[in-house]
Design a protein around this ligand. Structure first.
Ligand code: BJW
Length: 295
């Protein structure tokens, strides 16, 4: 069930006090971050009512097979996502998590987001693991700099009238034709000039970046973990979601922040915290004892 955003005032005081007590004693903390973290910045999630995967088939856009079949369509999808992410601003939750990182050396954020907003909130790089890569790895050619996410299913794409519609693309209308691009417009390897470059994100069926997996494993194996924050994620995609279980096995208590009461990770325990509402409102209030403390 989804309800309107919570404000700080709506947080259950007893739950909040119990969470703050635990946070103040914690030194090794993980956070698993998902698309809901950036929802208040105006970016769509994947599986919600207005989520990307409700109107766009993930297997036609977010798999290596989709890229092989129609690289122009896939590049257009990711170019418009990058454009939207560039126009968005980090919200109070991104900033609070970045501040927690500067205050707590034993804090690691594991982000499934590719939108660059944590980086732009100055989250220290060493304490931010980009599990699913980033939209900002490869250069975007001018032909791919489409204004908004007017991605139509492949059968609706057309070159006719594209120029006059170019500045009118509307995220809410999936039937708006896209600017027409061909395979010759796509970015290629600067060395061999032949191989097509691809968006720097992790698609279904692909392994997560090796160095990132190593960093996360090293952190988890190093010692006991006090807490894992699970913020704005449906926790349905593996291996990211498995980190919740692994953190529990290292002793972590689990704190979930989500708009939707149904989106709690499997295997819930009585000692977990669940704060329902907008991450941008809740996360700063949760982290305040550390982020607002004197140095
Ligand atoms: C709010 C809020 C607010 C809203 N405040 N909250 C069958 C076929 C193929 C693969 C598989 C398969 N079965 C299983 C798999 C494995 C697969 C997988 O998990 N699939 C499941 C979906 C079933 N995983 C993989 O394929 C991974 N790789 C892998 O397993 O490799 C193995 C391997 C090893 C060795 C060699 C080869 C392979 C890779 C997964 C990559 C996921 N990629 C995507 C796309 C990235 C690029 C892009 O952005 O387009 O990553 S999919 C998409 O889901 C994206 C996200 O990072 C990820 C997670 O989504 P997230 O963030 O949780 O978003 P939502 O929308 O699901 O949830 C948002 C939440 O926020 C909701 O709960 C809302 O309620 C909440 N919310 N507003 C607080 N304001």
């Amino acid at each position: 069930m989804t309800s309107p955003s919570s404000t700080d005032a709506e947080l259950d005081e007893e739950q909040l006090a119990s969470f703050h007590d635990h946070l103040k004693k914690s030194t090794r903390v993980l956070a698993l971050l998902g698309a809901g973290l950036s929802a208040a910045s105006g970016l769509p999630t994947f599986r919600g009512v207005e989520g990307l995967w409700r109107t766009h088939d993930p297997f036609s856009l977010a798999t290596p097979e989709a890229f092989d079949a129609d690289p122009a369509l896939v590049w257009q999808f990711y170019s418009s996502r990058r454009q939207m992410a560039s126009s968005a601003q980090p919200n109070a939750a991104h900033y609070a998590l970045a501040r927690l990182a500067t205050k707590m050396p034993g804090f690691q954020a594991l982000s499934q987001n590719v939108d660059g907003l944590s980086e732009r909130a100055n989250h220290p790089q060493k304490q931010l693991q980009l599990l699913h890569g980033t939209l900002f790895e490869n250069p975007i050619l001018p032909a791919l700099a489409v204004p908004t996410l007017g991605i139509a299913p492949a059968q609706h794409r057309t070159s006719e009238g594209a120029a006059e519609h170019e500045n009118e693309l509307d995220i809410s209308d999936i039937n708006v034709p896209l600017p027409f691009i061909t395979i010759d417009d796509l970015p290629r390897c600067p060395k061999c000039k032949q191989r097509l470059l691809r968006p720097g994100v992790v698609w279904f069926g692909e392994s997560l970046p090796g160095p990132v997996l190593d960093e996360v494993e090293t952190f988890i194996d190093a010692d006991k973990i006090d807490l894992i924050l699970v913020i704005g994620t449906s926790a349905r995609v593996t291996p990211a979601a498995d980190y919740i279980k692994q953190a529990r096995e290292r002793g972590a208590r689990v704190c979930v922040v989500n708009l939707n009461t149904d989106d709690r990770p499997v295997g819930r325990r009585n000692k977990d915290w669940f704060f329902q509402g907008d991450a941008a409102a809740i996360v700063p209030a949760l982290l305040m004892p550390i982020t607002e403390a004197c140095p």
